[in-house]
Design a protein around this ligand. Structure first.
Ligand code: CA
Length: 222
């Protein structure tokens, strides 16, 4: 999952970025509203975490602008304003959720998991396909209930493939789900992680779609 964090409080932003990356999200950060609109229009994230009090334009104007252009990114408002009016107008203008500062990280994470479930085809925090289960809450992956060890990026890669089971994921899309703007990425990074991941999973679980990308087959629950 790729998150764009729009927050002008740099120490808060840094703390959030670290905590969210630790949970397996890819996080890019901007401080201004206009920059946020530009990024969402050109390179839409899965989830936008949007502060309301920004240096240039109000977060509510960012929200209104994106919804007017029918952008469907999930939007979580983050704000020091705790008035009912702000909350109501934020939700009325198309925000998906709203969290008042100060907040507990655990609450933000739980709410992000709700947004994630809306985006993915899964209705719970555990995605199970064939004999493989991935828990987006505990970050555990198991095969036949036996936990396996994955690196952070292997976990992120498997998660995005399983959340999009049945869909072909291009290399570019996978790369944007693994790395943020500041990361140096080698041209075959996705292939390398796929290679390592495949050694830990049943053969053929991750399918190559030649010249396009990769996919995991969806499986109707029996
Ligand atoms: Ca602010």
């Amino acid at each position: 999952m790729q998150i764009l964090l729009v927050e002008d409080d740099l120490s808060l932003a840094e703390g959030l970025q670290q905590a969210l990356e630790h949970e397996g999200f890819v996080v890019n950060h901007v401080t201004h509203g206009k920059g946020a609109i530009h990024v969402v229009e050109t390179e839409p994230p899965d989830i936008l975490i949007l502060d309301l009090g920004l240096p240039d334009i109000d977060g509510l104007d960012v929200l209104a602008n994106l919804r007017k252009s029918r952008n469907e990114t999930q939007i979580m408002l983050l704000t020091a304003r705790d008035s009912l009016q702000d909350k109501v107008s934020g939700l009325d203008q198309g925000a998906d959720d709203y969290l008042a500062k100060p907040f507990e990280m655990s609450e933000l994470l739980a709410r992000l998991r709700v947004l994630e479930r809306r985006i993915s085809t899964s209705i719970s925090n555990t995605i199970t396909i064939q004999n493989i289960s991935l828990d987006t809450n505990s970050l555990n992956v198991s095969i036949n209930d036996q936990a396996i060890d994955l690196s952070r990026r292997e976990y992120m890669l498997l998660k995005v493939l399983m959340q999009n089971a049945g869909r072909i994921m291009t290399r570019d899309r996978l790369e944007s789900q693994l790395y943020n703007w500041g990361d140096e990425v080698s041209s075959n990074a996705v292939e390398v992680h796929i290679h390592h991941l495949r050694k830990k999973l049943p053969p053929e679980f991750i399918k190559t779609v030649r010249g396009v990308g990769y996919k995991v087959d969806s499986q109707k629950s029996s």
